[in-house]
Design a protein around this ligand. Structure first.
Ligand SMILES: [Zn+2]
Length: 190
């Protein structure tokens, strides 16, 4: 699947937003891909999952692990493509953890799947959950890579769509300096 094909799916779903956004990382950005608007369509979700699955097939993944909520749908679809199970970690008292009876075996080969990677922080946290259980993280992947290649993960990382839309710290954000109101993605964009 080419980057242009992925972008076409995002455009058709209205998931490519422009404005002034505060990302979950805290950074500000003039553009945002709202993956949930693509993933609400199961057929598109399955297509993206299959494309990621094809990239990571050689890693010998036994289990897909995603951080809730953003990673769950695409994690499910990557797991479907690979024919493995999909589990997720979620926050309890601020700490990402496995709940609901989800467990990993020592040595189990885990792929971490996210919708978007920006700083790599939540990916690393999810990897830590797997490693704390003794599992082996064989790779990580996301639909969109907003890190500019700076995610700094210590495992192979793959994304379908590198997005070089700029992201700024709040005190360096030109849109803030112009007085443009900032919104959280998911709020109504201007
Ligand atoms: Zn700003």
């Amino acid at each position: 699947m080419t980057e242009a094909e992925v972008l076409t799916i995002f455009r058709q779903s209205g998931a490519l937003l422009e404005g002034h956004f505060r990302l979950s990382s805290g950074l500000h950005s003039p553009g945002y891909l709202q993956c949930a608007l693509v993933l609400q369509h199961p057929r598109e979700a399955e297509t993206l999952g299959a494309a990621l699955g094809a990239i990571v097939r050689s890693l010998g993944v036994q289990t897909v692990l995603s951080p809730a909520l953003g990673g769950i749908v695409i994690g499910q679809e990557v797991a479907r493509a690979l024919g493995v199970r999909a589990i997720f970690a979620e926050r309890q008292d601020g700490t990402l953890t496995l709940r609901r009876g989800f467990a990993l075996e020592p040595g189990e080969r885990v792929l971490v799947v996210e919708d978007v990677v920006t700083t790599g922080g939540s990916t690393r946290e999810t990897m830590d959950v797997a490693r704390a259980a003794g599992a082996v993280v064989v790779g990580a992947c996301a639909i969109v890579d907003r890190s500019g290649g700076k995610q700094g993960l210590d495992v192979p990382f793959h994304a379908l769509l590198p997005m070089d839309v700029k992201a700024y710290k709040e005190d360096e954000c030109p849109l803030c300096q112009q007085g443009v109101p900032v919104v959280k993605p998911g709020s109504r964009a201007k």
